[in-house]
Design a protein around this ligand. Sequence first.
Ligand code: ADP
Ligand code: ZN
Length: 212
Amino acid sequence: MRLVIFGPQGAGKGTQGARLAEKYGIPFISTGEIFRWAIKGRTALGLKVLEYVDAGSLVPDDLTIQVVTERLSADDCREGFLLDGFPRNVEQAKALDTLLADSNSSLDAALVIEVPEEVSLRRLLGRRVCSNCGRNYHIDAPPENNWSCDNCGGEVIERSDDHEAETVTNRLRLYHQQTEPLKAYYEERNLLREIDGVGSPDEVFSRIVSSI
Ligand code: ADP
Ligand code: ZN
């Protein structure tokens, strides 16, 4: 199964993506996560992307496409994958189509999770993440004990790019300008599945599974 998932920040892509990847036995690949790990590890890639990620602006397409091309060429992607955060604009969507066509494959579906802006803002500003394994939490759904991760015991913190209201607004604006046009792109190719993202994680998950 080859899937992409997109939607405004705070729509629940990370939560739903991890579950979907588990259900279908495919790797969950988040470009945002790849960039954050690279920054944390101070790798060459991390140094290149730091200023963009911190400002909430987009990493340049050529660099992003290169990172995704490399990741998708790994063995674990042969039977499929779920991409989160990529493509983020039509340019990247075209690059992905070309990349897949080169290995005689194609996408099975493009999932878009829709939520009203007030819902996504509320979720975003309350979002917390494990600094060690990347698991997501929320101030309304914290880990069992005292902000240490249920999964690995790591410290659960606020993502630096969620902290500044200005950065958050910038990312939402970019979503509407650059990423939302992907709906038309995938609609034309009969791949678009629109999912109502309002409701409990379980409700949203079963909507996604039935749409696939
Ligand atoms: P969010 O969806 O909440 O913005 P992500 O984890 O998807 O969070 O992305 C975090 C940051 O990583 C983005 O603000 C951007 O700087 C960078 N990024 C992630 N994916 C891409 C992409 N496909 N193209 C360009 N930049 C990206
Ligand atoms: Zn953890």
